[in-house]
Design a protein around this ligand. Structure first.
Ligand SMILES: Nc1nc2c(c(=O)[nH]1)N[C@H]1C(S)=C(S)[C@@H](COP(=O)(O)OP(=O)(O)OC[C@H]3O[C@@H](n4cnc5c(=O)[nH]c(N)nc54)[C@H](O)[C@@H]3O)O[C@H]1N2
Ligand SMILES: Nc1nc2c(c(=O)[nH]1)N[C@H]1C(S)=C(S)[C@@H](COP(=O)(O)OP(=O)(O)OC[C@H]3O[C@@H](n4cnc5c(=O)[nH]c(N)nc54)[C@H](O)[C@@H]3O)O[C@H]1N2
Ligand code: SF4
Ligand SMILES: [Mo]
Length: 746
């Protein structure tokens, strides 16, 4: 193993005595750190990092260390809640709650059809749960309105991989951090959002002198460690990337033979990029010609380059084209599928990858194309369904589902393990629309979304259930059940199985649609379905995962121990019946037809695209002069349902604020600690001001973790609800706002 942690005894966090340690994985971020859960008297009392585990070598970050507090929180829901005639949520028995769920679903499916239902779930559950969702909702109920919060998170990663390589699946691996010459980080604040990977980057810098380039409009902590920092204006990634590609081509820092043999579309990429001369790029992005040159030189002249990116690209302007340009940058240098090199389209949530692999929301299991009749027929065979059962074509994305609620087409929404009232853009509209439907919320806590529900189904959480998750480098690991859930709460998996049983879902032979009983049996069914597909897990078992410390797919007879990197042979998934999707036109987002895809004649070669920069539709103007940036803090996880219950984390970041540059503070007569009102076209919030020079003049940064219904503090009251044309990921980071000083809060 290339990476060796320099610390000896680390990351053991326990309270009092321990009976045993249980093998698991951290359920917070996509790094997927291996850990052991400390148990005393059937209660979780701590956690420690797994020193043998390849992604963390014993380390855990602040959220990982503190995730178990939420398990023991006294405000866990212990029974279902049903809204009564007076409009109050009251405790109900499981039998009554499930009967109501089944009655509502049956009534709507029978009388209006499955299009009247919506299911919106998560990137934080287990693979077996997603697989069951795919089977129950798509095969059992014929549902089309099914999506997950991965839409807000990694839809762009998924689509950029599909557009360039024909299939989802990040080509690189974490070991590449240890051996690469140059690491490029774009729109990713790794020091706060993936702390363990960040330690690994710092160690690579220390041990190997690895050069670090960071590209972010904010001077984040990540930026402060960079050898080269670029500060492009928000929303200008496409211009900057075109500028880098321009210099790579004009200086000959490319691999012409790789381009010739393994790609199509070079002329389109080249002709577009040639327009992005350094002075043009400087005009658009604010990045100087010298800095741009230095960036391209470091990338172009190194033997190996690893590019990591996340929400500063995926939630910004022209997200999929920008992420695709990162793939193209690597392809033209031939820096893919080789040690230390590759585009690393990242994930955020711990199991976003699993959801994508099994078709939990979008597409069909095993990266099967939902528009390819051959793939659909194959799925119908595998699931023993009458032909014509499975919905054809792309699913309805969440932003579209909101429109369908507005026009009355969707009448019931079932929300599982996500808190959309705090995390979807333009929150006032979201609240108004969720109040219109019969809202089912499956959550261990009374989240802001659960507060609006008609039916709340509480569940077991991490540590209280078994299953697997795939991390950002395709590593699948098992999480063993450590303790019983409080009050005998069911897991999401058990709830879904019980729902399927009560709905009497059957296959074409009249047998129950779901025949497995345990997560391990579900995994064994899934792994056969994955066979022969890019995310092949047919060679995996729970025991083997525990023995090897997770396994990277593909894992089959050719790669019994898994495979570190994809595309080592330069062959991509762009044959028509291999491809995950026929792809889309980058300009409009229209889906390509089978014929259009065939006409490309990619046939195993990767696809390069030229794409011009567009200004954001909402950019600073006279009325709203600031650009509105928002994102994460190291201490909190999303809507804080877990981290807000961990005393140390909550104390470290108890309330929201807005970061404002000293130059703007002077104009507005603001000091740190003053209250400010931030307003956009959608609404306004009142938060504390923090005067810091890490934000650019003319821009504001707000953490999006705070969102109590009783406070005007949620970043998403402000955010703009437009989305990327291809991935349909909302452009949270592309809005304009104004700032006013308040004499007192509100
Ligand atoms: N502590 C913590 N860690 C987390 C999470 C959490 O909630 N808390 N969530 C997890 C999840 S699900 C995710 S998706 C990841 C997200 O991880 P990140 O992507 O690192 O998180 P963000 O803070 O949303 O955004 C990253 C950066 O994008 C920059 N940015 C904004 N606009 C632009 C732009 O136009 N161009 C460029 N180049 N940069 C821009 C912002 O200034 C910000 O520093 O974090 C994961 N890890
Ligand atoms: N403005 C702005 N908005 C954003 C972003 C941004 O950068 N800026 N980032 C976006 C991104 S990348 C993401 S990933 C989303 C995250 O958005 P969400 O997924 O909505 O946020 P979470 O707080 O993670 O919500 C998870 C919910 O699942 C519940 N839960 C935990 N464990 C379990 C379980 O085992 N079973 C069940 N049923 N429930 C469970 C938790 O209590 C919580 O209510 O936010 C997005 N929204
Ligand atoms: S880096 Fe991510 S996976 Fe690792 S401990 Fe922290 S939150 Fe958990
Ligand atoms: Mo995310």
């Amino acid at each position: 193993m290339a990476w060796k942690s320099s610390r000896e005894d680390m990351n053991v966090y326990t309270q009092g005595e321990i009976d045993r340690w249980v093998y698991s994985t951290c359920n917070i971020c996509s790094n997927g750190c291996g850990c052991f859960v400390a148990v005393k008297d059937d209660q979780i009392v701590g956690i420690k990092g797994n020193k043998q585990y390849p992604t963390n070598q014993g380390r855990l970050g602040p959220k990982g260390e503190n995730q178990w507090w939420a398990n023991n929180s006294t405000d866990r829901l212990t029974s279902p809640l049903i809204r009564n005639k007076q409009g109050v949520l009251v405790k109900a028995s499981w039998d009554d709650a499930l009967a109501l769920l089944v009655e509502k679903t049956t009534e709507l499916v029978r009388h209006v059809g499955p299009k009247s239902l919506g299911f919106y779930h998560t990137g934080q559950a287990y693979l077996e749960e997603y697989y069951t969702i795919a089977k129950v909702m798509k095969a059992g109920l014929g549902m089309h309105n099914i999506d997950a919060n991965t839409r807000l998170c990694t839809a762009t990663a998924e689509w950029s991989l599909i557009q360039s390589f024909g299939s989802d699946g990040p080509p690189a691996c974490m070991e590449d951090i240890d051996i690469t010459e140059v690491i490029v980080i774009i729109g990713l604040n790794m020091s706060e959002t993936n702390t363990v990977m960040w330690e690994r980057v710092l160690e690579a810098k220390r041990n190997n002198g690895t050069k670090l380039i960071v590209i972010d409009p904010r001077q984040t902590l990540t930026q402060r460690f960079a050898d080269l920092s670029l500060y492009p204006k928000s929303g200008t990634n496409v211009a900057l990337l075109n500028g880098i590609i321009h210099l790579l081509i004009t200086h000959g820092w490319i691999d012409s033979s790789f381009i010739e043999k393994h790609t199509i579309g070079f002329d389109s990429l080249k002709n577009t990029a040639l327009a992005y001369r350094p002075e043009v790029v400087e005009n658009i992005t604010g990045v100087s010609k010298d800095e741009l040159y230095e960036c391209a030189r470091l990338i172009g002249t190194s033997q190996s380059t690893l590019t990591l990116l996340l929400q500063g690209v995926y939630q910004s302007m022209d997200a999929t084209p920008a992420a695709t340009l990162v793939n193209s940058m690597h392809l033209i240098m031939g820096k893919i599928g080789k040690p230390g090199s590759g585009p690393f389209q990242q994930d955020g949530q711990p199991s976003a990858m699993s959801n994508r692999e099994v078709g939990g929301a979008v597409f069909y299991p095993g990266y099967r194309n939902s528009s390819n009749p051959n793939h659909i027929r194959e799925m119908e065979e595998l699931w023993n369904l009458p032909f014509g059962t499975l919905p054809v074509g792309p699913v309805t994305h969440i932003m579209n589902m909101l429109e369908l609620i507005e026009n009355g087409a969707i009448q019931m929404m079932w929300v599982m393990a996500t808190n959309p009232v705090v995390t979807l853009p333009n929150r006032d509209r979201v609240i108004k629309l969720l109040k219109k439907v019969f809202l089912v919320v499956q959550d261990p806590f009374l989240s802001e979304t659960a507060e609006l529900a008609d039916l709340v189904l509480p569940t077991a959480i991490w540590g209280e259930k078994e299953g697997t998750m795939t991390n950002l480098e395709r590593r699948v690991n098992v999480l063993r059940k450590a303790v019983s859930a409080p009050s005998g709460l069911p897991s999401d998996f058990e709830l879904l199985l019980e729902f399927a049983r009560r709905m009497n879902l059957r296959d074409r032979h009249g047998n129950p649609l779901i025949t497995y009983q345990t997560p391990e049996e579900a995994f064994n069914e899934w792994k056969l379905i994955s066979k022969g597909r890019p995310c092949d897990m047919s060679g995996m078992t729970y025991e083997k995962m525990e023995e090897l410390g997770g396994i990277q797919w593909p894992c089959n007879e050719h790669y019994p121990q898994g495979k570190k990197r994809l595309y080592t042979d330069g062959h991509f998934h762009t044959n028509v019946d291999d491809a995950h999707s026929y792809g889309k036109l980058l300009e409009t987002g229209r889906a390509r037809t089978r014929k259009e895809f065939n006409d490309l004649e990619a046939n195993g070669r990767a696809i390069l695209y030229g794409f011009h920069w567009n200004p954001a539709p909402e950019h600073p103007n006279q009325e709203y002069p600031f650009s509105l940036n928002n994102g994460r803090l190291v201490y909190h996880w999303h809507t804080r349902t877990k981290t807000g219950r961990a005393p140390i984390l909550q104390m470290a970041a108890p309330e929201s604020y807005a970061e404002i540059h000293p130059i703007d503070a002077k104009t507005l007569s603001l000091e740190t600690g003053d209250y400010v009102r931030i307003t956009t076209k959608r609404g306004s919030i009142s938060v504390l001001a923090r005067i810091v020079d890490s934000v650019m003049p003319g821009s504001v940064f707000i953490p999006f973790h705070f969102g109590a219904l009783t406070e005007d503090e949620a970043a998403n009251i402000l955010t703009v609800d437009i989305w990327d044309q291809v991935s349909k990921q909302p452009r949270f980071k592309a809005g304009a706002c104004k700032v006013e000083k308040l004499l007192e809060k509100k």
